[in-house]
Design a protein around this ligand. Structure first.
Ligand SMILES: NC(=O)c1ccc[n+]([C@@H]2O[C@H](COP(=O)([O-])OP(=O)(O)OC[C@H]3O[C@@H](n4cnc5c(N)ncnc54)[C@H](O)[C@@H]3O)[C@@H](O)[C@H]2O)c1
Ligand SMILES: [Zn+2]
Length: 372
């Protein structure tokens, strides 16, 4: 795909009208026209964290104001620590003070934190106003902006209070990723690797070959990856309406990742935990004779090329991870359930998309992953 060429992916949702995800380098310049077409409003609330707003906020406000659209920015401190009900309360209070009515639209300009936060503001403000997602991180473009999940963290856990609120439009401009730090790009690419591993071997091959330029945010490779990941995630969330439970395959690597994150009080970035989780869950599948031999080794190579550690983080003891697995939401009837590969590019399906696994097998894999 050449520079400027755009791809539109349609996402179906049982909760509202279908929506388009536009992936196109430079597409941000078309925002005013696209808003007129997909999300006309009296006034736009531009919600962004202070880092992203500092980098891209002026451009967006000038673009909108330049075409006569009314826009007002609402920013909050960058980082997961801001994804709280307090920030939600602050943003909604400020919008009320600024007399935003039911005829307003929320624009979520930022990473996954902003997307989840602004999406939840939109879901609840005056019982719901439309949101347009403008993802600026790779995590947000590849994962968070597609699917309609919004929400905030609470002291009891991440993403525990929220709502499904599908956007009117997702505008993914891969050029915005050039300002994203390289380590953050690697975090997003982990979810792309997951999409390839669970559904599309040729895509995984392409990611493997292009990893160096992807990490450099080379426009063509990045656009290709965002398009493919969006297509794959959109196909899963759209299909899930017909086949309840298909979304579960997106949990590959995540059962162990969530337990590892909890065991170190979220001191390890999510993408790093998922990278390790995918290697370990592939090893688990291999040990159980479900996953074809060699898959975990290949995933290990890809994860290493992203600069992500392949051992358990310091302080994450296998026993403690096991106890967090007991609390994992995928636990049913005292069994630990895992989504396992049959081979790279395909999930093993038994009665369900996940299957129960003996705790001893899991503990063995974890113990072997302790750094020596
Ligand atoms: N709703 C979903 O389905 C879903 C899916 C995956 C992740 N998430 C959520 O997404 C969040 C993680 O997303 P994230 O990694 O994007 O976090 P984030 O929004 O905190 O962004 C990471 C960092 O990068 C900065 N940043 C973002 N875009 C930038 C750019 N273009 N240039 C420079 N800096 C930029 C941000 O300011 C932040 O400091 C988590 O809260 C997670 O729960 C949600
Ligand atoms: Zn994830």
């Amino acid at each position: 795909m050449g520079q400027g060429a755009g791809t539109t992916v349609q996402v179906s949702t049982g909760l509202g009208p279908d929506y388009a995800v536009i992936v196109e380098p430079g597409a941000l310049d078309r925002l005013p026209d696209l808003l007129g077409e997909f999300a006309p409003a009296h006034k736009y609330a531009l919600i962004s964290d202070d880092t992203v707003f500092g980098l891209h906020g002026d451009r967006v406000t000038r673009l909108l104001a330049g075409t006569g659209l009314q826009v007002e920015p609402f920013t909050f401190p960058a980082g997961e620590a801001s994804k709280t009900r307090d920030t939600w309360a602050d943003l909604t209070d400020r919008m009320l003070d600024a007399c935003f009515g039911r005829d307003s639209v929320v624009l979520a300009l930022g990473g996954g934190v902003t997307g989840d936060m602004a999406g939840f503001v939109a879901a609840s403000y005056m019982r719901g106003v439309p949101v347009v997602q403008i993802p600026t991180s790779l995590v947000a473009m590849i994962d968070a902006a597609v699917g309609g999940k919004t929400g905030v963290d609470t002291p009891a856990g991440k993403n525990l209070v929220g709502a499904f609120h599908p956007p009117r439009l997702v505008l993914a401009d891969p050029e915005l990723v050039t300002t994203l730090p390289r380590a953050e790009r690697a975090q997003g690419l982990v979810e792309a690797v997951k999409h390839g591993a669970i559904m599309d071997l040729p895509y995984l091959d392409d990611l493997e070959r292009s990893m160096a330029v992807l990490l450099e945010a080379e426009s063509e490779a990045l656009t290709r990856a965002v398009v493919r990941s969006v297509e794959l995630k959109a196909s899963v969330v759209s299909e899930d309406e017909r086949e309840a439970g298909l979304r579960e395959i997106l949990n590959f690597g995540h059962t162990l990742a969530h337990a590892i994150e909890a065991a170190v009080s979220y001191a390890v970035p999510h993408g790093s935990a998922v990278g390790l989780g995918m290697i370990l869950e592939a090893r688990l599948g291999e040990a159980l004779g479900i996953t074809a031999p060699g898959c975990s080794e290949r995933l290990r190579g890809v994860v290493r090329s992203l600069g992500i550690p392949e051992h358990l983080p310091p302080g994450a003891a296998p026993g403690e991870i096991m106890s967090y697995l007991g609390a994992d939401k995928k636990t049913r009837g005292g069994e630990v359930r895992f989504v396992l590969l049959s081979e790279l590019g395909a999930i093993d399906r038994a009665d369900d998309w996940s299957r129960p696994v003996p705790a001893a097998a899991v503990e063995e894999i974890l113990t072997a992953a302790v750094a020596t």
